[in-house]
Design a protein around this ligand. Sequence first.
Ligand SMILES: *[C@@H]1O[C@H](CO)[C@@H](O)[C@H](O)[C@H]1NC(C)=O
Length: 264
Amino acid sequence: MLRTHILSKGLLTAAAAPLQTTTRAATASTVYNTLQYNQQQRSYASAKKVQHLPGAMNFTDALAVIKAMEVGKPNHVVEVHIQTNPKLEKHSQPIRSSVLLKKPIKQDATILVFAEGKQAEEARNSGAKVIVGGPELVKEIMDGQHKFDKCICTPGMFPSVTKLARILGPKGLMPTVKKGTVTDDIEGVIQAQTAAFDFRGDKNGVVHTIIGKVNWEPKDIEANYKIIMDQMKVLSQERFVKKDWIKNVYISSTQGPGIPLISN
Ligand SMILES: *[C@@H]1O[C@H](CO)[C@@H](O)[C@H](O)[C@H]1NC(C)=O
């Protein structure tokens, strides 16, 4: 514990001080070793609350460390990993949500569009990655012929699409009027869906999502992070979890070790 404490303090100082170009590499490698050490502590730490995780830092400091580690790798991304506690939920459905980020991140999602005639034309001309079709497409989806990330349909096509409820439902992809994904405004919804950033949880209730690139302005990365964390609060209300739904949050770079964040 003592060793961890000292290392964490050193780490904070390293992160807080403006890094000189000449010392950057050395600092990054010290930081990296420290983080590897902290990573070994994680299984022990995971039973505890976020504030006590060894090496936990606030967002500003953690991002500074990651930027220092990734100097010279501008295309590496910054990710967050949000561990929720599915045990607090009565029926834990997969976590799946969309937000509008402050600084957009391109996802290149494929949208499955059930539409005919003029609306099918609109979809094909939208510039988005789309799979467009009528009732014949239902069978192709049942046969697993297509891969897609989102699904929308016109009200006229909805009766056919309900045949796919068992495939689309568990993935959270069933179009509904409430979500705005059963619509006559195919063009408008494709635009909105293309702008939206999707994130989802894995089967253990952990959300892994990109929040920016290592060479972006910290304020842009932090703004994206806040938008996602705010949406997690909305989700916890929708899922009727009162508190402590989020157990831990880690920030990391593309392949780097995770730094636990101090909750606030
Ligand atoms: C983050 O922590 C550092 C020191 O650990 C502190 O100087 C800084 O003010 C904190 N930043 C925020 C935004 O809380």
